[in-house]
Design a protein around this ligand. Structure first.
Ligand SMILES: Nc1ncnc2c1ncn2[C@@H]1O[C@H](COP(=O)(O)OP(=O)(O)O)[C@@H](O)[C@H]1O
Ligand SMILES: [Mg+2]
Length: 286
């Protein structure tokens, strides 16, 4: 007996317009992605062929982390968290649960009172001030309020992230063009933030976060200022970036999105991890 018609590609293989870059610059093609390891895809689309020898497949470890602010407020208690490379993690929990504090520890805006935060094999408390910018470049961060520079164009906002790190000019142009193509903003490159929709502003911020080729993208409530349809577009973009091999950690209140996607969910409450499940929903299902 013939079974149901099978498509040539399994359903989880993404298809659609994907920006590819070649010798002639960026072009968009309608393609179905072949099944290849995530990292090689990421190199093709983001890294321009760069390869890394990575033996450690863990991007981030929090070991028994407690954070007490100087005013005595304990924002995180005994937090253990391991994020392997390639994960897509939703960080959920009510306002005040400690989500932003956790993110501040990851970018070394704050240091833990107790415990260790290890990014890409390095204990962030031990790297020394001079090395903070280098380590931070392993992370791309996206905020709820975009934090774009209003006097710079889309292109310049993204390029600026490379200029401040002393990237040579000849490397900046192709890198910026590539990430703008990836987020679908090539046509808006010369516009300024006030000439963009909220979704376009957030896509600009995502391009800026990606342009360093980070190992981890952290998004702190990235859809908090966007309507539901645009929020879905932003999530789809983050999922595509994750498919390219970039690890994504996203703090969110968006219960519909979290529950629909069944990704890994880490739930915080009063500074503690109360749930960490793969294929989770926003609210605990009892
Ligand atoms: N700089 C700070 N000083 C003192 N308390 C803070 C500071 N930042 C956050 N907090 C407190 O820590 C707790 C966790 O806050 P936060 O990490 O911002 O939570 P969330 O992002 O989940 O809303 C809250 O009680 C908040 O008031
Ligand atoms: Mg917060």
């Amino acid at each position: 007996m013939a079974g149901p018609a099978r498509s040539r590609h399994p359903p989880e293989v993404p298809s659609g317009r994907l920006p590819l870059h070649g010798a002639g610059g960026s072009l968009a093609l309608d393609v179905a992605l072949p099944i290849v390891p995530a990292r090689s895809l990421r190199e093709r689309l983001l890294g321009g062929g760069r390869t890394r020898a990575r033996t450690d497949r863990t991007v981030l470890v929090l070991h028994d982390v407690t954070k007490e602010y100087p005013n005595g407020r304990v924002a995180l208690r005994d937090v253990d968290l391991v994020i392997p490379e390639g994960d897509f993690v939703f960080l959920v929990g009510p306002s005040g649960a400690g989500k932003s504090t956790l993110i501040k520890l990851l970018i070394r805006d704050e240091l833990p009172t107790r415990g260790e935060v290890v990014l890409d094999g390095q204990d962030l408390a031990r790297i020394g001030r001079r090395n903070v910018p280098r380590v931070r470049r392993k992370i791309g961060i996206v905020f709820q309020d975009f934090k774009l520079l209003p006097r710079k164009s889309v292109w310049e906002n993204v390029a600026f992230a490379l200029e401040v790190t002393g990237t040579p000019r000849r490397r900046i142009r192709p890198a910026v063009d590539r990430v703008l193509a990836l987020v679908g903003l090539t046509a808006q490159a010369r516009q300024h933030p006030h000439q963009l929709s909220g979704g376009e502003q957030q896509r600009t911020a995502i391009a800026r976060a990606l342009v360093h080729d980070p190992r981890l993208i952290i998004a702190d409530e990235p859809t908090g200022n966007l309507d539901p349809l645009i929020s879905w577009e932003i999530i789809q973009l983050l999922l595509r970036i994750n498919e390219l091999g970039v690890t994504v950690l996203m703090a969110t209140h968006n219960a519909d999105v979290v529950t629909a996607l069944r990704k890994r969910v880490v739930a915080l409450e009063e500074g503690r991890v109360i749930r960490d499940e793969v294929g989770g929903t926003y609210h605990r299902v009892d």
